[in-house]
Design a protein around this ligand. Structure first.
Ligand SMILES: Cc1cc2nc3c(=O)[nH]c(=O)nc-3n(C[C@H](O)[C@H](O)[C@H](O)COP(=O)(O)O)c2cc1C
Length: 336
């Protein structure tokens, strides 16, 4: 479970506003991820109550697993070791199986309030935070850290990674860009490899993996066997399975069917609609999530009909417009 040295791993990246519990359930069912990470939960002026953690991570009530059994790790963000530790302690008592600490979020509002990437300028604080959370949860619960290369200086990763390990991190994930580099390509995988060789804990490589060839190049450059996929998994339905096959990770029959191309974008959207209905979510929220997902696919050239659906006013309209534009499966089957 989670990330261990001798086994490869393929982790679904946390993506705030995208990979909520409904999407985690859907993506874990259709794609062979080793585990998922929640969107960040911000801990600012007081420890989070278990009920607010449960709102963002309903999997907590189901053994910290998605409906198909994939483990989910809780991600916390903040700058106060004590508050983070108390939140992690309560979450672990409430059933969390793993805690990840966010040291990478570049959002100005988050950074202004002493959270995310801003901590990359203070290696000692990274150590203190990891150590406090590590000490607060039982030894069997892994505590990991997700970092960018630095705030503005990419070489900051060397000291920050060392401090995270010294604080007791079980593994670290590195997004190969500084906060200043935002999401502008490329991602720099070289420093990830340098860190991997210098630490005794596993390092998960992350950033700009859009194809299995990218994964292979990232593997060559870093020597990593652990990877995290974010936007690429959304932009290309078969990507996670192709990467899992390359890494020798198992896939279920349903996951193989998605990988074989038999599944379509229309089916993916119908699944979002039905999973959201089961979770009793509002149509507007579901519609926005569908458009966001399709937009990733559109930007990477996986679909040609985004313009026909981007103004849809309901999930029903979107599914109808998509099936007309794609000229594929009959709408009745998709909407069932
Ligand atoms: C919309 C969006 C939201 C994100 N939210 C989070 C988050 O909540 N926590 C986090 O650690 N990283 C977050 N990230 C960063 C991703 O986890 C990942 O590091 C980044 O997208 C690079 O990986 P990729 O190129 O595979 O997408 C987010 C990224 C995107 C695009």
């Amino acid at each position: 479970m989670f990330v261990v040295r001798d086994q490869p791993a393929l982790v679904l990246a946390p993506m705030d506003g995208v990979t909520d519990a409904t999407m985690r359930a859907l993506l874990a069912r259709t794609m062979p991820f080793s585990h998922c990470v929640t969107e960040f939960l911000r801990v600012s002026s007081h420890p989070l109550a278990l009920r607010s953690i449960l709102r963002s991570m309903p999997e907590l009530a189901h053994g910290s697993r998605t409906t198909c059994g994939t483990h989910v790790q809780l991600q916390l963000l903040g700058g106060d070791p004590e508050l983070l530790a108390r939140t992690a302690e309560d979450a672990a008592a409430g059933g969390a199986l793993g805690i990840d600490l966010n040291f990478g979020c570049p959002a100005p509002t988050v950074n202004r309030h002493d959270g995310g990437a801003t901590l990359l300028r203070f290696p000692e604080r990274i150590e203190r935070i990891v150590r406090a959370v590590r000490s607060a949860v039982p030894a069997g619960i892994p505590v990991s850290a997700k970092l960018r290369l630095g705030w503005d200086d990419p070489s900051a990763i060397f000291r920050n990674a060392e401090m995270a390990e010294r604080g007791g991190a079980s593994w670290i994930t590195i997004h190969g860009r500084t906060k200043f580099q935002g999401y502008t390509p490329p991602a720099y995988w070289g420093p990830i490899g340098v860190v991997r060789r210098s630490l005794g804990i596993p390092v998960v490589a992350n950033g700009e993996i859009w194809s299995v060839d990218d994964l292979r190049r990232c593997e060559e450059e870093t020597g990593c066997r652990h990877f995290m996929l974010g936007r690429g998994a959304l932009a290309r339905l078969s990507l996670a399975a192709e990467c899992a096959t390359h890494l020798g990770l198992p896939a279920t029959g349903e996951q193989q069917r998605w990988a074989s191309g038999a599944s379509s974008w229309l089916e993916a959207m119908a699944l979002v609609a039905s999973e959201s209905r089961t979770a009793a979510e509002g149509d507007r929220r579901t519609l926005s999530r569908m458009k966001q997902w399709l937009n990733y696919a559109h930007k990477r050239g996986s679909i040609s009909w985004f313009d026909s659906v981007k103004r849809a006013q309901s999930t029903h309209d979107l599914l109808r417009a998509a099936s007309a534009a794609a000229g594929a499966a009959p709408f009745g089957r998709l909407a069932a």
